[in-house]
Design a protein. Structure first.
Ligand SMILES: Cc1cc2nc3c(=O)[nH]c(=O)nc-3n(C[C@H](O)[C@H](O)[C@H](O)COP(=O)(O)O)c2cc1C
Length: 254
């Protein structure tokens, strides 16, 4: 019988996290019993630990934060370390990390942190993949949904007015293919990783990225962040303001 696989989305985002999307896609390629979790708050920790009791493999799908593991994941790792030692769990650990910069290799320090965690917790480190330009996966899935919606709308209009519906399907298929080409490295590595997860073998560490030349990626990322800063940051807001810590951000003095 195949061992149960626990997949953990480590993004703190409630919606539209790249890690959540990758976790669901990777899950489709994994055979046997699977359980999906999101690790956002301390309340999420216990159900995950309980699920680990009868699991054989665990897949952490995480964003890269400040060149490492997101800080809200660290206390969970500490708890998991103690839990695994107490219960004598010998899980196989895989990691899929994604980051904002274009190079997937940026995830190497995170991978090393996870490998060290496995060594301390008595777990088997089985490697994984690091994905650069992860944000683009979100852009792509939104674009696919929008293009699909537009295709259906146009189909409806053409059905009323008359016209070539097949042409619309062909053009949607072509756009889809273009987006898939951008992800070909990620898809290939995810398939390769799935083979290892299914066999329970060491996958090694592999790094890939969205297949966009760096100078184009950086140009679009810059435009994106300038636009976002107008909406979320204001134009000159904060340039001369007094420092006012909000209620949530208390300075602790001993
Ligand atoms: C607080 C914070 C720190 C980040 N640090 C890095 C970093 O060091 N290197 C990097 O390439 N991307 C960094 N990013 C970008 C995220 O890794 C990237 O947006 C990722 O796709 C988010 O995945 P998610 O949607 O699953 O949360 C950072 C993002 C945030 C919010």
């Amino acid at each position: 019988m195949m061992e149960k696989t626990v997949l953990i989305n480590c993004s703190p985002k409630k919606r539209l996290s790249v890690s959540g999307f990758i976790m669901k896609c990777q899950g489709l390629m994994i055979r046997g019993q699977k359980e999906y979790f999101q690790l956002r708050t301390p309340a999420d920790r216990k159900p995950i630990l309980n699920a680990l009791k009868d699991a054989g493999k665990v897949v952490f799908v995480t964003p890269l934060y400040v060149d490492s593991v997101p800080s809200h994941v660290l206390p969970f790792m500490k708890e998991m370390e103690e839990f695994c030692i107490e219960n004598g769990l010998k899980l196989k650990v895989y990691v899929i990390a994604n980051n904002g910069f274009i190079e997937g290799k940026q995830n190497e320090p995170l991978m090393q942190a996870m490998e060290n965690f496995c060594a301390r917790a008595g777990l088997t480190w089985c490697g994984g993949i690091g994905i650069g330009g992860g944000v683009m996966l979100n852009v792509e899935r939104i674009m696919i949904a929008v293009m699909f919606g537009l295709m259906l709308l146009n189909m409806g209009l053409r059905a009323v007015q008359g016209g070539n519906v097949l042409e619309l399907v062909r053009s949607f298929g072509f756009s889809l293919l273009q987006l898939l080409v951008l992800c070909c490295g990620i898809i290939a590595y995810a398939l390769r990783l799935a083979v290892h997860i299914n066999k329970g073998t060491d996958a090694g560490k592999w790094y890939t990225r969205i297949m966009v030349p760096s100078f184009i990626f950086i140009l679009f990322a810059d435009i994106f962040f300038v636009i976002i800063s107008f909406f979320q940051g204001g134009i000159f807001r904060g340039w001369f303001s007094r420092f006012q810590p909000d209620a949530k951000c208390k300075i602790i003095t001993r």
